[in-house]
Design a protein around this ligand. Structure first.
Ligand code: ADP
Length: 384
């Protein structure tokens, strides 16, 4: 028969308990955890040294539940209590999780605490809540900093979008307003002239009306596009759109250059938004005119043709001028919003043009090797 030594057995158990407690203490310390045990019936909270440190409590005494709660930030008490009430519901699973701030009464410092625990029931009644807490103040501070940075970045982005929208609107209005102002001067001059030329006056006023209506249409389309991002397309004869754009440029007083047209006859129809493609062409012609005014050879060549790109047939439009062209440094920047070399330029024309062509399914680029002058090209898809 094996002799049973109670003294030795007690020593073994005590040693095992001591080792287990030591392990728990080390794990708790490594994880920075505080432990609490809320005796619901007695209304007392037992807590360890780490918990007391979180709560800024110097003495080792246990506290009543009310004293324990008094250090929790008033704004966080209700949500925390709700989590406890929920965990105490015998119909639930007894799990408790909460996040709240604890205010150190000695120095007013706030610490963010995350708590998790479990409610134990006796005869269907909650009688203990045991759990752990962790100080997550550093994490919260980093989160807050990141959020502030995100908010700042968002606000800068909003400002940029607002600035670009305003510039796009200014770009739409700039030309018609200049033209209206010029037509109005002509009209005033005609009225003040002793022998009033009514035909002259009528043409000037018609010009005003037409420009004002065009500006209104452009603005509506721009706003529609910004709000809905939808483009209404139709089957178009690209050569006709080129003619229309040239007429607009001439009427705006930018038509002083000689144009050589190489338009491919029987070009299949493209499927695009008429005003948008027209706008791009007007912008390219206007830029060409402004660049060529600086030199003696005002010649603009415009051509349209069918080109095969990536084994797909697309319409290609080439707008080449005879002006000073662009040096490689400038060429890299011209599609950037707000890039301009003109004293009264806005620098949005090419940025908007590229977006419009891309919206219509094509590409717009500058041929970097063309000499002399600048050679812009864009593609558009044919209607199927
Ligand atoms: P803006 O005309 O208001 O300056 P754009 O975006 O239309 O804005 O043009 C940006 C810049 O690109 C112009 O300021 C000019 O320096 C350059 N650029 C555009 N087209 C030409 C061209 N055909 N020849 C030379 N430079 C050009």
């Amino acid at each position: 028969m094996v002799a049973f030594n109670v003294a030795n057995w007690n020593l073994d158990v005590e040693e095992a308990l001591r080792v287990s407690e030591e392990r728990l203490r080390l794990a708790k310390q490594a994880a920075g955890l505080g432990i609490f045990d809320y005796d619901i019936k007695r209304n007392i909270v037992y807590w360890d040294q780490q918990m007391r440190k979180f709560w800024g409590e110097p003495s080792e005494r246990t506290v009543s539940y009310e004293e324990f709660v008094a250090r929790i930030h008033p704004e966080d008490r209700a949500a925390r209590q709700e989590a406890i009430d929920c965990a105490m519901n015998p119909a639930g699973n007894g799990e408790y999780r909460a996040e709240y701030r604890v205010v150190n009464t000695a120095n007013g410092a706030e610490r963010w605490i995350t708590a998790m625990g479990r409610v134990y029931f006796e005869a269907g009644q909650a009688n203990r809540l045991v759990g752990v807490t962790r100080d997550v103040t550093e994490q919260k501070n980093i989160q807050k900093k990141l959020q502030t940075q995100r908010d700042e970045a968002e606000s800068i982005l909003k400002q940029q979008v607002a600035a670009r929208t305003a510039s796009a609107i200014a770009h739409e209005l700039n030309q018609p307003l200049t033209a209206i102002s010029a037509y109005s001067e002509v009209a005033l001059h005609a009225i003040h002239n002793d022998d009033l030329d009514s035909d002259h006056l009528i043409r000037a006023l018609e010009g005003c009306v037409e420009q004002a209506q065009r500006a209104g249409r452009s603005l509506h389309e721009l706003l529609d596009f910004l709000q809905k991002g939808e483009v209404v397309t139709e089957r178009l004869n690209l050569n006709e759109v080129v003619h229309d754009a040239l007429n607009i440029v001439r009427n705006d007083g930018h038509g002083g250059f000689h144009v050589t047209l190489h338009l491919q006859q029987n070009l299949p129809a493209i499927q695009c938004n008429r005003t948008q493609v027209q706008k791009v062409l007007v912008n390219l012609f206007r830029n060409a005119d402004e660049a060529m005014r600086a030199v003696d050879l005002p010649a603009l060549t415009v051509s349209t043709k069918v080109q095969t790109m990536n084994e797909i047939n697309v319409a290609l439009v080439i707008v080449q001028d005879n002006g000073p062209g662009l040096d490689p440094v400038m060429a890299k920047r011209i599609f950037e919003p707000f890039f301009t070399t003109k004293p009264t330029g806005i620098g949005m024309g090419l940025a908007i043009s590229r977006t419009l062509i891309e919206t219509n399914g094509g590409y717009l680029w500058l041929d970097p090797d063309s000499r002399p002058g600048a050679k812009f090209q864009f593609t558009l898809r044919f209607a199927s």
